[in-house]
Unconditional design. Structure first.
Length: 372
């Protein structure tokens, strides 16, 4: 069977990781939980990011476990995780935080930097010894680009090959758009250090539950793929990726079947409305996407069918361990039927389910490091 690399997995931080390890003077500005008026509030500074009734019963997934499997041993115990990976047929993973996904909501630069460093140091201690199986994705502070650059250099020296940036930049966030040249030093340094940007769905989004009522659950999850589309358009059409052709951006947990349509649409507009296009790019948008953008998917088959437009390099399979919306513990079955009825070579299959990601993130195995 081909080598399987999941381009989306999660660890669950200790419940007191951030509050116990950032300076006391910064704790009220960072990520924390607080009981208030019968709810447990998740806060970033004074912004309420989520609220859970204190006495509510957890919703259960189809296997009877609490939805999201927040208490699974493999979330924070490496040996238990290896057992789950063996069960699932997964050889390696790109690993993201859980609570730390909300770090981009912190507005104070000093607190944001401290929070990022606490997580990065913790996951380094947990997984650095197993860098042939885990690619740690570090959290980057983005409120002060001097902090961003400093942490990128520190993480690269620690052996990280991927770092997180928001998948969405909202107008009220106070951050420059991805069309702005303010990001140039960040993307130039990533290009020079070989750090891959990973934009996990939902990050940078003030409300991950934008819709309520009928259809809300489907709409809330689906709209996060649209964040990826908007950010890819900004990175490509705004010229940032063109200025730094060695920079790479990966979009995680938004699917990938829309990527070919987005590339074709951007090419169409770029050609037919040339009079209005600024900046002019060195390549067509679709070519920049193929060269520098990738996206992870779980169940998509249309992205495999449309690889004649995108190529296979942007297609990264992922399990989203341990979440119920992912494929654990059925990944073997999902991969086993993923290519049914599709005219595709064995090499292309191997690239999509593991080789592409292993090479992109420079997984510490000789066969992938040599080919990267």
């Amino acid at each position: 069977m081909a080598f399987v690399f999941s381009a989306d997995g999660h660890v669950v931080e200790p419940s007191d990781l951030f509050e116990a390890n950032i300076p006391a003077s910064l704790q009220k500005r960072g990520l924390r939980a607080e009981k208030r008026d019968g709810f447990i509030l998740t806060l970033a500074g004074e912004k309420v990011l989520g609220r859970t009734p204190i006495h509510s019963q957890p919703r259960l997934g189809p296997d009877g476990e609490p939805f999201g499997r927040a208490n699974r041993a493999g979330n924070s115990n490496v040996e238990a995780r290896f057992a789950d990976m063996a069960l699932d047929g997964v050889d390696a993973e790109l690993v993201f935080p859980s609570v730390g996904l909300m770090a981009f909501m912190i507005e104070d630069p000093e607190t944001e930097l401290a929070t990022a460093q606490v997580y990065n140091d913790w996951v380094q201690g947990l997984m650095a010894a197993h860098d042939d199986c885990f690619v740690r994705c570090g959290i980057l502070p983005v409120r002060d680009f001097a902090n961003t650059l400093t942490e990128m250099k520190r993480l690269a020296a620690m052996g990280f090959t991927s770092v997180m940036l928001p998948s969405r930049i909202e107008e009220e966030s106070g951050l420059p758009s991805y069309t702005s040249d303010a990001w140039d030093p960040v993307f130039e340094l990533a290009q020079n250090l070989g750090l891959v940007f990973s934009h996990h769905c939902g990050t940078g989004r003030r409300k991950v539950r934008s819709f309520k009522g009928p259809g809300g659950a489907v709409m809330n999850y689906t709209v996060q793929a649209m964040d990826a589309m908007e950010t890819i358009m900004a990175l490509v059409a705004g010229g940032l990726l063109d200025r730094f052709p060695g920079a790479k951006s990966v979009f995680v947990e938004g699917g990938c079947s829309w990527l070919a349509g987005l590339a074709e649409r951007m090419d169409e507009v770029y050609d037919t409305m040339a009079t209005f296009i600024s900046p002019r790019l060195s390549l067509k948008p679709s070519e920049i996407i193929t060269r520098q953008v990738a996206s992870s998917f779980q169940y998509d088959r249309a992205c495999v069918m449309s690889r004649s437009i995108t190529g296979t390099a942007p297609l990264l399979w992922a399990a989203d361990y341990p979440h119920h919306e992912g494929t654990f513990p059925r990944s073997k079955q999902v991969i086993g039927s993923l290519f049914d009825g599709i005219d595709i070579t064995e090499q292309e299959k191997a690239d999509i389910v593991g080789g592409n990601a292993a090479r992109l993130f420079r997984l510490n195995r000789p066969e992938f490091r040599a080919a990267a």
